[in-house]
Design a protein around this ligand. Structure first.
Ligand code: ZN
Length: 202
């Protein structure tokens, strides 16, 4: 990472840190996902220390979702596999459902439910991000070559300085990860480590 992070202009974007992706017995386990949990916790603690907003995307599929033609059924709305892991489960959050409707709750964390890879398919995503006033998005979660990719590219398209925390994400395949890392760098996405972000949020 080059230029230092200014904590006061940041939003943390926690992508799909859900049981079905993170845990080895999850329905669509991303290899090594469970090893990232300490990094997830460190990043969210940094956000908490500086009272920064968190946008937390969450797959919330209905039974028979078209995505299940490509991937095994996962993150079925309301099931244990759809929950966030303990390290990223907010104590209080506002939930925006897949239609972009505020489903209640309040807190520093806004959960954006979605049925596609891209969190911007939630109709409220742009508005919710804009409402944070942030200029820089610190992105982590799963999986690097699918939903993290979509989030990072979508943030860049919308003018956010975008930092992907490389040791707080993992790809489904190593080849996919290498290809996407190059693609993201070409799109102007920066990469940082959890330790670098932590140090920037004293
Ligand atoms: Zn999905």
């Amino acid at each position: 990472m080059t230029a230092p992070l200014d904590p006061s202009s940041t939003v943390f974007v926690d992508v799909d840190t859900q049981v079905d992706f993170v845990e080895p017995d999850g329905a669509l386990y991303v290899p090594g996902g469970e090893l990232l949990k300490p990094a997830f916790a460190t990043l969210l603690e940094a956000a908490r220390r500086h009272d920064r907003p968190v946008i937390a995307s969450a797959d919330a599929h209905p039974p028979g979702d078209p995505e299940f033609a490509t991937f095994p059924p996962h993150c079925l709305a309301g099931t244990p596999g759809q929950r966030r892991v303990a390290e990223t489960e907010p104590t209080a959050a506002r939930v925006i459902d897949v239609a972009g409707v505020d489903a209640g709750g309040e807190g520093r964390t806004t959960v954006l439910e979605k049925v596609k890879f891209d969190l911007f398919t939630n109709p409220a995503a742009e508005r919710e991000l804009a409402a944070t006033g942030a200029k820089t998005a610190i992105v982590f979660g799963l999986a690097l070559d699918y939903c993290v990719r979509a989030a990072a590219l979508g943030l860049r398209e919308r003018g956010y300085e975008t930092v992907v925390v490389r040791d707080a994400t993992a790809p489904v395949t190593a080849e996919g990860g290498a290809r996407v890392e190059a693609e993201l760098r070409d799109a102007g996405v920066r990469f940082a480590t959890t330790a670098e972000v932590d140090a920037a949020f004293p």
